[in-house]
Design a protein around this ligand. Structure first.
Ligand SMILES: Nc1ncnc2c1ncn2[C@@H]1O[C@H](COP(=O)(O)OP(=O)(O)OP(=O)(O)O)[C@@H](O)[C@H]1O
Length: 260
């Protein structure tokens, strides 16, 4: 459903400061798949996500969603960023924040109210709709950001290090929330993270990127049983093995180019 083909990004192309951040990325992500993207700092993960989201023009190559070339933010996509404090509007209540992007959808009043109520309930925030973001904890604010993305009823959810700024316990809860929502709503999830444990715990597959100029180092299948559990899954010898495997893949020098 999502096809990334020979994607390349050169920042400042044609100037002295030209910098090739992404060299050549090709991969596909199937419907309902949860794929994590990992790689060293500065590898171009955010650059890649912005190009997938149609927010940043690529230098060459293409992104296709359901066969259609992405040339701007697609209706079917929603995004959740790391910095919830800047992504929520502090002068709007939780309900107003969730409702904001829905204006584009031209829904009826009662349909909108039901959608907002249901999504807030699905992220465990029933009863908090009238509060302002600054009255909530960091984890709760990130739940609002997730609810806002879900209310938009996307087919594909892009998440850029969404849990990097919350404490470990909240992070574990939010990871389980993403797994649950993926199953419940059948959404495809593309999740950028620095955290190798998180990538293995969540994923069907992990895409490992090389340092810039970025290529795909390796795509690792994660055949761990589902439903996953923070304790039981992480106790499995296969979990430890996969985590070590992904870790080594990130550290490994890029494979030599095979001569034509
Ligand atoms: N607007 C820009 N202009 C020039 N260079 C940029 C721009 N944005 C990013 N870069 C460079 O492109 C490279 C990739 O950046 P990007 O933020 O995509 O990496 P990342 O893998 O998401 O990083 P991190 O893991 O540290 O968050 C970096 O070297 C960065 O300095």
């Amino acid at each position: 459903m999502l096809r990334v083909e020979h994607l390349k990004k050169v920042y400042g192309q044609g100037t002295k400061k030209a910098f090739e951040a992404v060299s050549d990325l090709t991969f596909t992500i199937d419907e309902r798949e949860l794929v994590c993207i990992v790689g060293p700092s500065g590898a171009g993960k955010t650059t890649l996500l912005k190009m997938i989201a149609g927010l940043l023009p690529q230098t060459s190559g293409a992104v296709h969603l359901d066969g259609e070339k992405v040339v701007g933010p697609p209706e079917k996509m929603a995004l959740v960023f790391q910095d919830y404090s800047r992504s929520l509007y502090p002068w709007m209540t939780v309900e107003q924040n969730v409702a904001f992007p829905l204006k584009r959808k031209k829904l009826g009043k009662s349909e909108m109210a039901t959608l907002i109520r249901d999504t807030l309930q699905s992220v465990g925030l029933s009863g908090h709709g009238q509060k302002y973001p600054w009255q909530l904890s960091g984890g709760m604010q990130q739940r609002v950001a997730i609810a806002r993305a879900l209310a938009y009823q996307p087919e594909i959810l892009l998440m850029d290090e969404p849990f990097a700024s919350v404490d470990a316990q909240t992070r574990a809860d939010l990871e389980d929330l993403v797994l649950d929502l993926r199953d419940r709503y059948g959404i495809t999830v593309v999740f950028v993270t620095h955290d190798i444990d998180e990538s293995v715990y969540l994923s069907d597959r992990v895409i490992v990127l090389t340092p810039s100029p970025t290529r795909v180092q390796e795509i690792v299948d994660i055949p761990l049983p589902r439903p996953r559990d923070q304790v039981e899954t992480k106790e499995l010898p296969d979990f430890a093995h996969l985590r070590a495997y992904v870790w080594r893949s990130i550290k490994r020098p890029e494979p030599a180019e095979v001569p034509a």
